[in-house]
Design a protein around this ligand. Structure first.
Ligand code: GDD
Ligand code: MN
Length: 386
């Protein structure tokens, strides 16, 4: 049984890849109430793929327990065509998670997805595959390229679609700016580009998730005309727009590594107390001079912060660079960056307090906030390189 709620897939595909004989292409067909389309679609896809994919491919229908029994029709087709497989989900729902669940069960080196309602013309698969063969990490069917478009969309629908794209560009420019049709749900991607990534999609837009979390360098795009639906109906409601917005925000926070920054802040905060405690101890019981005590207290606090950052804040990175030698280098860099932060601190305090006349304590708070960012950024880029 698949878990409900938020989907977390760690180390995607890795284990399965070792045990199974892999094939060239796995194409996922997510369906919900597509019983009238599924047979025709599968026949056309098979005709198309038989001409292009040299070795082997599989078609995986992922159906969310459709009330119109799409899963049953698909199961019948799987008896007729050995390359057709069916996943029937009973608790988990949604187009994006259906696609990932399909990929999880897939054996293909290349993973693809196509709508189950014939709105994505299957003959485009040929050109997508060509892009992959040329070396693309991802091949995307796009409505916004030469030879692409929509058939008979109303002004309102075009406006909504463009609006969603603009919003995406605003929130995730570094992701959405790379592709002409980020809303596309018709593409192929190399398994390698997704290996070891944790996916956490929401709603409809699986491509955005793949582009934001995957390791995508070479992008191939192919124009296509989004066909009109002949039978069945679209499942898009206002809820999908809300989910899209939440999905964008989630990916924004992910790309900014907000959760990591919070861990960094907490680790740093623990250092403040260590610093105070050590200083108190040295002054009261060891009877050391102030400067000497302060230096020792600072170094112990730095060591404490490093410990938590290495074990917790940047755990995913340090676990890939094990060994005492690597750790020592990280500690050294961490020290140097903290030192640069300290120098910046003094500089900032002087500017804020002496030059701008801001209250000492407020000036200190501002300086600490800026230095936290400084330290975080340089440690992220230099000590725990990402
Ligand atoms: N398993 C599963 N679960 N499949 C679903 C679900 C779900 O909750 N919701 C929709 N599907 C299936 C549909 O049965 C169909 O095969 C496909 O996903 C697309 O759903 P539609 O409801 O037909 O979407 P659309 O035509 O409005 O939107 C499509 O248009 C985009 C272009 O703007 C989406 O497929 C996008 O991926 C596509 O690029
Ligand atoms: Mn559709």
């Amino acid at each position: 049984p698949v878990p409900t709620g938020i989907l977390r897939i760690n180390n995607l595909f890795l284990d399965r890849q070792i045990n199974r004989k892999s094939i060239e292409l796995s194409l996922i067909i997510p369906t919900y109430n597509e019983s009238k389309n599924i047979e025709q679609l599968i026949q056309i896809i098979i005709n198309t793929l038989d001409r292009i994919v040299v070795n082997q491919y599989e078609l995986i229908v992922v159906d969310d327990n459709s009330p119109d029994f799409t899963w049953k029709f698909a199961a019948e087709l799987s008896h007729k065509y050995s390359q057709v497989k069916v996943i029937r989900r009973e608790s988990e729902k949604g187009l994006a998670t259906a696609t990932i669940r399909g990929w999880q069960a897939a054996k293909g080196q290349v993973l693809g997805v196509i709508d189950g309602d014939l709105q994505h013309p299957p003959h485009i698969l040929t050109r997508l595959w060509q892009e992959i063969e040329k070396g693309a990490d991802i091949a995307i069917a796009s409505r916004n390229l030469e030879g692409g478009g929509v058939s008979e969309w109303s002004i309102a629908r075009r406006f909504l679609s463009r609006g969603a794209q603009m919003l995406g560009l605003l929130v995730l420019p570094e992701v959405m700016g790379r592709i002409s049709d980020p809303m596309s749900g018709y593409f192929m991607v190399r398994r390698d580009a997704l290996l070891g990534k944790t996916f956490n999609p929401l709603g409809y837009k699986i491509l955005v998730e793949v582009m934001a979390r995957g390791n995508i360098r070479w992008i191939g795009e192919v124009g296509y005309i989004f066909q009109e639906r002949k039978t069945g109906e679209s499942k898009v409601t206002h809820q999908q727009y809300l989910e899209y917005l939440l999905h964008l925000i989630r990916l924004r926070l992910h790309l900014w590594q907000i959760d990591r920054f919070i861990r960094f802040g907490v680790s740093g905060f623990s250092g403040v107390f260590i610093n105070l405690a050590v200083l108190y101890f040295l002054r009261e019981f060891a009877d050391l001079g102030l400067t000497r005590s302060a230096i020792i207290a600072a170094e112990i606090a730095i060591a404490n912060n490093f410990f938590w950052n290495d074990r917790w804040t940047f755990k995913d990175i340090s676990s890939n660079q094990k060994g005492i030698h690597n750790r020592l280098i990280r500690f050294l860099k961490f020290n140097l960056i903290c030192l640069s932060g300290l120098i910046l601190n003094i500089l900032l305090l002087n500017i804020l307090y002496n030059l701008l006349g801001i209250n000492e304590y407020i000036a200190n708070i501002i300086a600490i906030a800026i230095i936290t960012f400084w330290n975080y950024w340089f440690n992220l880029k230099l000590s725990w390189r990402t």
